[in-house]
Design a binder for this molecule. Structure first.
Ligand SMILES: Cc1cc2nc3c(=O)[nH]c(=O)nc-3n(C[C@H](O)[C@H](O)[C@H](O)COP(=O)(O)OP(=O)(O)OC[C@H]3O[C@@H](n4cnc5c(N)ncnc54)[C@H](O)[C@@H]3O)c2cc1C
Length: 405
């Protein structure tokens, strides 16, 4: 039987990215997934320039671009007053090959990776295999799994916990997941009916403020997506009712037209970061390590950056005998800093400007954003941060331990 030094828990977008990068460097990996196939949920729908740059070498970026659409502007609107700030990605044309946001559902990315990996001789993906327990010491990690044929146990050198927000790996390590969960629930709906017929000049990414029902409008190749908060007194099944969704769409787009619904999903927003991203030979990445508000389209992208950073380090540890503890310590320091000082800040600011109840404060937040958008140097800085180019430039990806002071 082939030996797999690295086991990845979770065949989500982040686990499969790590499998892709490690196998690209000829490190054998085993991926364990509790479900019987890769997830088809659309969920995230944005790939930022920083991410496209990181995935370029493997050829994923070109494949992904061919399946998505590009948003060249981000708009901030007020539901009553209309457009108040617009950031144009064209300002980044001398900074990156990808001066846009690529709009493409997460499920397309997962499917693309799964197709590339399923016949890769360095990768073994096992579906219907749920991690139930982990034990580790300085020499190895022992994994216990549940499969349709019963319980299995085996050893490997490293375990990557890419098993999502409710991570069993994180819980087995006994790590805290500090932060908060918003009381509000959100409803995401998708329809193929073009929103730009109702809101002319709308861009493919729009944050629309309103104290009662703010809106986040996005375009993916298959549909327009609308995300809005649900009234706290309404149970999930009522919010998901197709007639009620029609009413929300009609209110948002100021029409009586009927919209075919191709996607509807309720979810909660969390801002949480694990207190440490590794213990010994077990490392967390993606939603297992951090979760944030989707306002900014950053969660998946940040997880992909973790996967690339960590894979570069594992290649050095396994192939070049680099010091494991120092590499993982550096991973922890850099990736926690990005999660707290970049991702949380950007997503909290977006959420606040859209949802602030206090009118004076909301207007002040809108004016600050408008000022940034109208000042070329400031707008460029804003775009570099929100495209995740700034966090890569400042914190690096897979930077050598000695380069961190
Ligand atoms: C509605 C919505 C919209 C979003 N929009 C955006 C966006 O626009 N941009 C963005 O960047 N992010 C967005 N996000 C966040 C993004 O979806 C997540 O950050 C992303 O899915 C994280 O990927 P992951 O691989 O870390 O975890 P997951 O996608 O949760 O994958 C984890 C995998 O692990 C498997 N697993 C779990 N437990 C076990 C176990 N014990 N054993 C084996 N397998 C296990 C699961 O079945 C799953 O396949 C959005 C999220 C939601 C809910």
């Amino acid at each position: 039987m082939a030996t797999y030094p690295v086991t990845i828990i979770g065949a989500g977008p982040v686990g499969l990215t790590a499998a892709e990068i490690l196998s690209y460097h000829k490190i054998p990996v085993r991926v364990l997934e509790k479900n019987d196939s890769p997830s088809k949920e659309w969920r995230a729908s944005t790939f930022h320039a920083g991410t496209l740059e990181l995935l370029e070498e493997t050829g994923i970026t070109d494949a992904l671009i061919s399946m998505g659409i590009t948003a060249d502007k981000v708009q901030y609107r007020d539901r009553k007053k209309g457009l108040y700030a617009e950031f144009d990605f064209n300002l980044l044309k001398d900074e990156t090959k990808y001066p846009f946001r690529l709009q493409c559902p997460q499920s397309t990315y997962v499917e693309l990776l799964h197709k590339r990996l399923k016949d890769n001789k360095y990768v073994d993906i096992q579906f219907n295999t749920e991690l139930v327990e982990i034990q580790y010491n300085d020499e190895m990690v022992t994994i216990v799994t549940n499969t349709p044929d019963g319980q299995n146990e085996y050893n490997c050198s490293y375990v990557l916990g890419a098993d999502g927000a409710r991570s069993r790996v994180r819980k087995s390590l006994g790590l805290d997941f500090d932060g908060y969960t918003l009381e509000q629930r959100f409803l995401l709906v998708g329809t193929p009916k073009p929103f730009n017929e109702y809101l002319p000049d709308i861009s493919y990414v729009n944050y629309i403020s309103d104290p009662e029902e703010f809106l986040f409008i996005l375009k993916v190749p298959e549909a327009w997506r609308l995300l809005y908060p649900i009234n706290p007194d309404i149970p999930d099944e009522v919010a998901l009712d197709k007639d009620n969704i029609q009413k929300s769409l009609q209110r948002a787009l100021k029409t009586k037209d009927i919209f075919p619904i191709v996607e509807r999903m309720i979810y909660r927003v969390h801002q949480r970061v694990a207190n440490i991203f590794y213990k010994n030979r077990v490392v967390l990445l993606g939603d297992a390590a951090h979760v944030n508000s989707p306002m900014g389209g950053l969660g998946l992208n940040n997880g992909i950056h973790d996967a690339v950073d960590l894979s570069i380090r594992l290649v050095r540890i396994i192939n070049e005998d680099s010091d494991r503890e120092r590499e993982l310590e550096t991973y922890n320091a850099a990736r926690r800093k990005v999660a707290i000082d970049y991702i949380r800040q950007i997503s909290e600011r977006n959420t606040k400007v859209m949802s602030e109840q206090d009118e004076e404060l909301r207007i002040q937040l809108q004016q600050e954003l408008a000022k940034e958008a109208n000042d070329k140097a400031k707008a460029k800085e804003w775009l570099l941060r929100s495209s995740m180019i700034a966090s890569i430039r400042d914190q690096g990806i897979g930077k050598l331990p000695e380069s961190i002071v």
